[in-house]
Design a protein around this ligand. Sequence first.
Ligand code: ZN
Length: 257
Amino acid sequence: MRRRFFAVLWVCLIFAVFPFTAYSGEELFQYSTIDALLAGVYDGQLKCGELKKKGNLGLGTFNALDGEMVVLDGQVYQVKVDGKVSLAPDSGKIPFAAVTSFTPEEFLPVKKAANLTELTKIMDQGLPTKNIFYALKIEGRFPKVVARSVPRQTRPYPPLAKAVEKQAVFTFTDVEGTILGFRCPVFVKGVNVPGYHLHFLTKDRKGGGHVLDCVVENLTVQVDPIHKFNLVLPEDREFYRLDLDKDKSSDLKKVEK
Ligand code: ZN
């Protein structure tokens, strides 16, 4: 009896030390899909308070497409179309967002001044594979960041490509802050943004937005490789009725640039 007790105890200990999972690292948590957002589904059910439990770094937008979301150091910031930044309330709802618990494992130095195109090339060359997700964070003083925000929409909602025609563009020069976001593999097309998607927040938390361009010089890209993807889809009629069969790549290009 005693021997059996110890055998069971051993098995329990082994599973406590070596959990029975293929992967125990952090995950990319995502709510809804980029194609649903492109189609004009701007109201979701996920609350900012719940999103915070899923990660401390990320991006997205708010219900009614009310500005750009920057999740940094566990706080959810809302950059509205007038450029003003505020902390989003925990009760605030989200139609699309992606976050992770950021723990950088790789560091890519960017010495010479690089614009966004050059920066993405440097990152592509430095990353071990294009087939996993990465969370990225660049902190410091930037010679230039060009960011945008989007205007709050009213129903009936237009598609995103139409809504961003009225975007506001902010140019920051010699500015301290954080550029953060994700690099997703091309095979997530339709679900998330293939390639790079970056948002910006100034150090004084008074400006930011979706990054359209930037100049990075003498800074380090902090990289967190992610092998696990947790997608939560909306539980509402609007999402259910949506036709998501078509390829929306050309719409996405319009929206991102
Ligand atoms: Zn964005």
